[in-house]
Design a binder for this molecule. Structure first.
Ligand code: XMP
Length: 511
């Protein structure tokens, strides 16, 4: 398999570089710049990309690289810090830009030498995205200048004989025109990649290596029914079949038919599927609790307790499987941001289960690749393209105290909303939408009767990262259909409102 090695010098766009490479159907991995050369060599890449980074190469504390990498014979593309590092290591000189005009930030008009392999077939002029305050005062021997801007004569350098290329700008960000094509040129024209990596290949390799790692061992996985845990389960099911136990805890706050859907999706694999109907015990523990963080805490604790009991029944397991994905792995440092909502997930499980090792079969995949792998494994589309659903489920979409009746009411209303959104084709356009049962009751009239029932809120958002979100402008006619159906078909609701706040200042969920 053709592989590209991305060496991480701490730049903020490293994930994007990996995305761009994989978009060219070439497999890649990001490794820290402190990885020993022997390990990098064992990876057997056909090309290397040095990422950007926040440092200045001439400072003692700046990250460096074993100079032997330059005699290995593998082509290298250096981006920003990576370019300066390569220049300095090969005899050039990098200095702080004295003149403000030589420090470049943002969109910069750039001229490219299209005879250089990196720019072949692309326009000779375009905008590039710069972010550097250092300057290559001397270009190393053997290199030629292959791009320039008004302020800077050496925006890009190349030693084509050795396959070394450096660019001061960031080809991986969308602001750089034809940046992806430049990366593709590096992969195909310089490294000779065929760009034929497919998810089918990945599936086969992953299954073989899981079989090798797990041997005859027992594997345990907490299956939530979300995309990541479902795909991890399917991959393991395919690899080790009956050695896998999946524990699916139904806490009573799942969506309509969700438990059956998840169970059916795994029915054709010969695995040990444990479905725990724990509605009553969750409801009992949640009785009288209306504060959102209180609900989250109880559900998180109770989940661990149920899982622990189930895993004791199975006895000692060899591996605990988790659906960790690549962005979780390379997004280093969680920062000190204030906790707005504590998210319940299964991260705390390792302390409660007796096992030898953790196995994370999706560690190297981005979210959309996980979905693709799920399709490749034959999981149904409704599971694979599912929108995020919070761990505590409908419990945080019922404002105030929780009862089974309220959960049943919301389940029905939410199902109608989702059904109508799907019929109208709106479900594919939006990132998340759902119904919320408020604790407000108001007066209504139905037939000749006065009603005093609950208000239901509909929420629909578009977002790229769930950190910020816009309320979705869904058609009035659709809202009208949803409203009419819910009020007619679901007892206990006599008023529907649509949430028109973005995030911030609101959050996506109501609790
Ligand atoms: P907020 O409401 O914080 O939501 O804007 C952002 C995203 O996170 C999801 N969310 C949760 N996911 N456990 C989860 O697993 C939680 O407790 C939780 N709370 C919010 C939310 O659905 C949205 O996608």
């Amino acid at each position: 398999m053709e592989k590209i090695l991305i060496i991480d010098f701490g730049g903020q766009y490293n994930q994007l570089i990996a995305r761009r490479v994989r978009e060219c159907s070439v497999y890649c991995e990001v490794k820290p710049c402190t990885t020993p050369l022997a390990e990098l060599k064992a990876f057997e890449p056909i090309g290397i990309i040095f990422t950007g980074g926040p440092n200045s190469v001439y400072l003692d504390a700046a990250p460096h690289i074993d100079p032997e990498i330059f005699t290995w014979g593998v082509p290298i593309l250096g981006i920003c810090y990576g370019c300066q590092l390569m220049a300095q290591a090969l005899g050039g000189e990098v200095v702080p830009a004295q003149d403000d005009s030589a420090r470049e930030y943002g969109k910069t008009l750039t001229w490219y030498d299209t005879s250089c392999k990196l720019f072949q077939g692309l326009p000779a002029q375009g905008v590039s995205w710069m972010s550097h305050s250092d300057y290559m005062a001397k270009v190393p021997e053997g290199f030629t200048l292959t791009a320039h801007s008004d302020a800077c004569p050496n925006v890009a350098i190349a030693d084509e004989a050795r396959g070394f290329y450096g660019v001061q700008y960031h080809p991986e960000v969308n602001h750089t025109q034809h940046g992806s094509d430049m990366i593709r040129n590096f992969l195909c024209k310089v490294c000779g990649s065929k760009g034929d990596w497919t998810m089918g290949d990945y599936k086969r390799t992953a299954i073989a290596s899981l079989r090798q790692k797990i041997g005859t061992g027992k594997v345990l996985l907490a299956l939530s029914g979300g995309v990541d845990s479902s795909v991890a389960a399917a991959l393991l099911a395919e690899a080790v079949g009956s050695q896998l136990t999946c524990v699916f805890v139904d806490h009573g706050f799942m969506r309509l038919h969700e438990g059956d859907e998840v169970e059916n999706a795994f029915a054709h694999w010969d695995i040990n599927f444990v479905r725990v109907d724990a509605e009553e015990r969750f409801l009992a523990r949640l009785a009288g609790v209306s504060e959102p963080e209180g609900k989250r805490k109880i559900i998180g604790e109770e989940f661990i307790r149920v899982f622990e009991e189930e895993s004791k029944k199975i006895g000692r397991v060899d591996f605990l499987a988790q659906g960790t994905i690549y962005p979780d792995v390379i997004e280093s440092g969680a920062g000190d941001a204030a906790v707005i909502k504590s998210h319940h997930n299964v991260g705390g499980l390792p302390d409660y289960v007796d096992f030898k090792e953790i196995v994370e079969p999706l560690r190297m995949l981005f979210k959309d690749e996980v979905r693709q792998l799920g399709r490749e494994l034959g999981l149904p589309e409704y599971l694979v393209s599912r929108q995020p659903f919070p761990g505590p489920g409908l419990a945080i979409r019922i404002i105030g105290e929780l009862t089974k009746e309220k959960a049943d009411t919301l389940r029905l209303a939410d199902a109608i909303f989702r059904e109508e959104m799907a019929k109208a084709g709106e479900d594919k356009k939006l990132n998340q939408f759902f119904a919320v049962l408020t604790d407000t009751r108001s007066v209504g009239v139905m037939g000749d009767y006065r009603t005093y029932d609950y208000t239901l809120a509909l929420r629909a958002v578009t977002t790229s990262d769930f950190m910020t979100a816009d309320w979705a402008r869904i058609p009035y006619d659709l809202l009208d259909r949803v409203s009419g159906r819910i009020v007619n078909e679901v007892n206990g609701i006599n008023r529907i409102v649509y949430d028109i706040t973005s995030k911030p200042p609101a959050t996506i969920e109501w609790e």
